[in-house]
Design a protein around this ligand. Sequence first.
Ligand code: SAM
Length: 226
Amino acid sequence: MHWIAIILTTAVLTLILYWLLITTEGVYLGRRIVVWLYDITAHKYDGIKEFDAEAEHFFLIRPLLVRLRRVPNPLVLDVATGTGRLPHFLLEAPTFNGRIIGLDASEKMLKLANEKLRPYGHRASLVQQVADQLPFPNNQFDLITCLEALEFFPSDTAALQEMIRVLKPGGTLLVTRRKGREGKAFIGRYRTVQQFEAHLRQLGLEDVHTNPWQTDYDQVFSRKPA
Ligand SMILES: C[S@@+](CC[C@H](N)C(=O)[O-])C[C@H]1O[C@@H](n2cnc3c(N)ncnc32)[C@H](O)[C@@H]1O
């Protein structure tokens, strides 16, 4: 009986630890733990993700370029840029003639982004900062993106408010909504499509539109009123 209790307790504790550190990547333990987990696993990130250039261009970059087509020399901010996925694929597109700033809290993720973005010179720059304190004046960016990251911030609302503050009137915001079984594991933080869209509208955004994208994420586009 004694041994059964020990085995059951160990199993429950292992499950809780797995949920806290792997499934939800430390978000219930605070921002420092999230960033530390990204720092210690940064070297594996691109290998795990295996981004497919053709799919990235078709499903991610093409819709952004459509929204930027009337903006000369657009200025873009990628919040939680990680290893520079979005800046890299956007700058690779021959029709993109703007500049992009990638922001992330993890030093090690940014180190890898820096290597990837070096060929683009002054058109790409990187900033180490947290998403709910963006070091930019109001109304600066034509486009702000935040991919696969909102669910890891201490408050997605605070980060969204900052993104809206620094977005130009009429500018586009692209964020992702975590979905599926793993999305629902973010207890107290998960939002359905309707709840997520309503949340963006409550924050003052318009033209809110959800695009199914990957197994775990939807793309959600919106616009700051002009
Ligand atoms: C799953 S990765 C996504 C990276 C990139 N957007 C992509 O699509 O590959 C999540 C990123 O969010 C960053 N991050 C987590 N919490 C953050 C915070 N509070 N402020 C800024 N960045 C944060 C992590 O360092 C990590 O690089």
